[in-house]
Design a protein around this ligand. Structure first.
Ligand SMILES: N[C@@H](CCC(=O)N[C@@H](CS)C(=O)NCC(=O)O)C(=O)O
Length: 204
């Protein structure tokens, strides 16, 4: 299997971490986004969105990081990272969809006005940053309530934890303070203590 990715992509990070966690035979291929490799015809043939991460497994191409997490975890059912009982699988899906529809967009707004603005050499839009940060705090409140009294989002470790924690890895340059959210802070520390996660952290 090949994973087309980029070291600074939080969407790619979670897939790298799961690959290490499961010990799967996956070759990482860095896509040079500065050179526009993700918009080249050969890449678009694998993923018409022109985005990383994209997985290729013996001619089968898959995109959307959360779908890739499901695919990889399904290859190792004994890991328990993707439950198979009705409630377990639905709960994991709940968090994956909340990530895609809610948490990734709000953290993305904050990332856009900090790291990406800096990277693109443009000024930070303070109003957009403040609006994004308000949404991030709202979402951290949801995670805080969930993680009170449990170690992982679904009780035990699942791919949902890998997916959601990815949005908080660059929290320092994003200016996100976890002090008011002690349960979230402890969960992030728990995830970052895993070798698979440490090996995948963005090079900052
Ligand atoms: N929802 C997608 C998001 C993928 C995504 O936005 N990837 C970014 C890097 S983090 C990208 O490739 N951006 C290039 C572009 O939009 O042109 C996922 O979870 O895989």
């Amino acid at each position: 299997m090949k994973l087309y990715e980029h070291p600074m992509s939080s969407a790619a990070f979670k897939v790298r971490a799961l690959v290490y966690e499961l010990g799967l035979p996956v070759t990482f291929v860095t896509v040079d986004m500065m050179k526009g490799e993700h918009k080249a015809p050969d890449f678009l043939a694998r993923n018409p969105n022109g985005k990383v991460p994209t997985l290729e497994d013996d001619g089968f191409c898959l995109w959307e990081s959360n779908a890739i997490l499901c695919y990889l975890a399904a290859k190792k059912p004994e890991s328990g990272l993707l439950p198979t009982d009705a409630r377990g699988v639905a709960q994991v899906q709940q968090w994956l969809q909340w990530h895609a529809t809610t948490f990734a967009p709000s953290t993305g707004e904050v990332m856009g006005e900090t790291l990406y603005a800096k990277f693109m050499g443009r000024a930070k839009d303070e109003a957009k940053y403040a609006a994004g940060m308000e949404k991030v705090r709202r979402d951290l409140g949801v995670l805080e309530k969930t993680l009170a009294g449990r170690e992982y989002l679904c009780g035990k470790l699942t791919i949902a934890d890998f997916s959601l924690v990815s949005a908080l890895l660059l929290r320092t340059p994003m200016g996100v303070d976890l002090e008011p959210f002690p349960h979230v802070k402890a969960w992030v520390a728990r995830m970052e203590a895993r070798e698979s996660v440490r090996k995948s952290l963005p090079p900052l």
